[in-house]
Design a protein around this ligand. Structure first.
Ligand code: S3P
Length: 174
């Protein structure tokens, strides 16, 4: 599994879709899967059931998808913060952190009402405490600021190749 993590506006869904096509793998967008399976929008789940309930649903969906066929998956921005999900990532996925500055993130997503976390007054603090968590989970980290999605995809593929070569070498014992 190849899992894209990072803050809102990092480009996880767009980059993930292109990456999956290049690697000839299916693409799964966790937020879309949740919306499809529940028949409800993410913002509505947040508003009606609360964030805790959304996080449980998000984790259960991810755990299920990680059991499925190999794919490129885009997580929602908060998904990788769940310790249960982190444990699964460590054993089942190559985790790709798409780095984005808070400023570019805001330029890209603005004040999207579909993203309830954007309305939080402590958004800069959320960004500050999430960033090192994404970084600590990452097998690969790629900057996205001022880069096209195509450049980001190429860089991910380059780093995936390096990772595979490294694994092959260690498997060969040299
Ligand atoms: C969230 C990010 C959203 C979505 C939900 C919560 C977050 O996904 O999962 O609104 O906590 O950062 P994107 O990162 O795709 O915007």
């Amino acid at each position: 599994m190849i899992v894209l993590v990072g803050f809102m506006g990092a480009g996880k869904s767009h980059v993930g879709r292109i990456l999956a096509a290049r690697l000839n793998l299916p693409f799964q967008d966790v937020d879309h899967v949740i919306e499809e399976r529940t028949g409800r929008r993410i913002a509505e789940i947040f508003a009606t059931d609360g964030e805790r309930a959304f996080r449980d649903l998000e984790h259960a969906t991810i755990a299920d998808l990680l059991k499925g066929p190999r794919a490129v998956m885009a997580f929602g921005g908060g998904a990788a913060l769940d310790p249960r999900t982190q444990a699964l990532l460590r054993t089942t996925a190559v985790t790709v952190h798409l780095r984005v500055s808070l400023m570019q993130s805001m330029t890209r997503v603005g004040s999207d009402p579909a993203r309830p976390v954007l309305a939080r007054p402590d958004l800069p603090q959320i960004y500050a405490w999430r960033s090192p968590v994404y970084a600590s989970l990452a097998d690969i980290s790629v900057d996205t600021d001022d880069r096209t999605q195509d450049t980001v995809v190429k860089e991910i593929i380059r780093q995936l190749d390096l990772l595979t070569e490294g694994n092959d070498r260690s498997a060969g014992g040299s």
